[in-house]
Design a protein around this ligand. Structure first.
Ligand SMILES: CC(=O)N[C@H]1[C@@H](OP(=O)(O)OP(=O)(O)OC[C@H]2O[C@@H](n3ccc(=O)[nH]c3=O)[C@H](O)[C@@H]2O)O[C@H](CO)[C@@H](O)[C@@H]1O
Ligand SMILES: C=C(OP(=O)(O)O)C(=O)O
Length: 435
């Protein structure tokens, strides 16, 4: 079992590169099932566990995939799709596996996928995915832990109103609609930048998706799509995590590749706290050289404050003298990190869907565990300013979403290492180097 060891107290300084966005590349790899002609080459692939999982998923369906860690690319050729059932071992590792449902139904008229189930942050139903695909003519049968979808004829365009602006449901419906007969209109669609990236990718394949980034998306179905070369957008959550790392240590960091437009709510809140942020063409410059002020934060669908930055923001607010409130409206159980943070001396209290934070008390290093992906990152951030040594375990969560987190923070001056608890030797992350 690996662990991250952080000795707090160093101001971070320097430049860090943002990798491609996990939440953009996962639907884009799923959408690579759609083209029946030609090869796809995707650039700026973040070499994450989740990316490996979805690649294995495509492989298990007999789709040609070649993930190259050195060039950070993936080649996919889905001219042949041998089978349409997803293995439980892969789907249970990653909920985003369900994103292959829409493309498989559109391309092969059949998919059998294990029910994704709940996870640490909430129950995460898929009713909106199913509602949309049913409106397009798919039929579903649930049994033995699987959900089986069939399309008697061809999917046909439909007008679909989503009860919640679900990111995954919007993506599944766009992908299915890309090969459906006629026009699909999605109302109350999610507006996240990753949806725009997926729409751009499908358009590059020869598809017709309009309105992505607004709450009404129109898709004209095509008879076939063909392969293309595409570069994924930078990861706004990874970028945001390094912005917080700079601020929490009173440091000065240029986060290369960060797109300010994608980070508006975080930038606004950090400025309210007194962090200096300069928005450049090729990234964001963050400097914090004065005491931070408390602020209230409410997570919302884009363009609101992202739930995926909630725990990192909580770590930052623990260091701002005074009272702050964080309200989580997207997921019903995304405060698992609170108890871990309290073990580091944080003063906070959960009150329903809010957490009251009494910030400004010194944090002390402790043994803590990552309870989900972003919670893990937040504990590392807290460790950067805690007195003494913090040890973070359950790193499989962090590995799902951060490329070489330890290496990147160390390059900015953090006293941090990853060790294997079994051997005491440096862990996987520091041994590998794919610069
Ligand atoms: C791989 C990926 O891109 N993951 C992101 C995606 O997850 P994901 O696509 O799973 O998130 P959704 O936008 O679907 O979920 C938002 C809310 O809608 C609810 N819901 C969702 C679908 C549904 O059919 N019915 C329903 O009620 C969920 O329980 C949740 O409360 O968006 C989330 C919200 O920005 C992010 O935190 C995740 O990092
Ligand atoms: C919740 C997240 O991802 P997923 O939807 O894949 O669980 C995340 O990226 O913070």
């Amino acid at each position: 079992m690996d662990k991250i060891i952080v000795r707090g107290g160093n101001r971070l300084k320097g430049r860090v590169r943002t990798h491609g966005a996990k939440n953009a590349v996962l639907p884009i790899i799923a959408a690579s099932i759609l083209p029946s002609r030609g090869e796809i080459l995707i650039q700026d692939i973040p070499m994450l566990e989740d990316v490996k999982t979805i690649t294995q998923l495509l492989c298990s369906m007999g789709i040609y995939t070649e993930l190259d860690e050195k060039s950070e690319t993936i080649r996919i050729n889905a001219e042949t799709v041998e089978q349409t059932e997803a293995p439980y071992e892969l789907v249970r590792k990653m909920r985003a596996s369900f994103l292959v449902m829409g493309p498989l139904l559109a391309r092969k008229k059949h998919a059998r996928i294990p029910l994704p189930g709940g996870c640490a942050i909430g129950s995460r139903p898929i009713d909106q995915h199913l509602k949309g695909l049913e409106a397009m003519g798919a039929e579903f049968h649930i049994g033995q832990g699987f959900i089986e979808g069939t399309v008697p004829d061809r999917l046909r365009g439909a007008r679909i109103y989503l009860d919640v602006a679900s990111v995954g449901a919007t993506e599944n419906i766009i992908m299915a609609a890309a090969l459906a007969e006629g026009r699909t209109v999605i109302e109350n669609a999610a507006c996240e930048p990753e949806i725009v990236d997926l729409a751009n990718f499908i358009n590059a394949l020869g598809g017709h998706v309009r309105g992505a980034g607004t709450d009404t998306i129109r898709v004209e179905g095509k008879d076939f799509l063909r392969g293309v070369e595409y570069t994924v957008i930078p990861d706004r959550i990874e970028a945001g995590t390094y912005m917080v790392a700079a601020a929490i240590t009173g440091g000065e960091v240029f986060v290369e590749g960060a797109i300010p437009d994608h980070l508006n709510p975080l930038i606004a809140k950090m400025r309210e706290m007194g962090v200096e942020i300069l928005e450049g063409e090729n990234g964001v410059h963050v400097r914090a050289d004065q005491p931070l002020k408390p602020v209230d934060v409410k997570t919302l669908p884009y363009p609101g404050f992202p739930t995926d930055m909630q725990s990192q923001m909580m770590a930052l607010l623990m260091t701002a003298k005074g009272n702050s409130i964080i309200t989580e409206t997207v997921f019903e159980n995304r405060f698992m990190h609170v108890e871990e943070m309290k073990r580091m001396g944080a003063k906070m209290k959960i009150d329903g869907r809010s957490v009251l934070i009494e910030g400004g008390y010194p944090l002390s290093g402790a043994q803590v565990k990552a309870t989900d992906l972003r919670a893990g990152a937040a504990l590392v951030l807290a460790g950067l300013v805690a007195q003494g040594t913090t040890e973070v375990t359950e790193l499989h969560h962090i590995d799902r979403g951060y490329v070489r987190l330890v290496e990147k923070l160390a390059s900015l001056g953090a006293d941090i290492e990853r060790v294997s608890a079994d051997t005491g030797k440096e862990g996987l992350e520091v041994q590998q180097s794919y610069a």
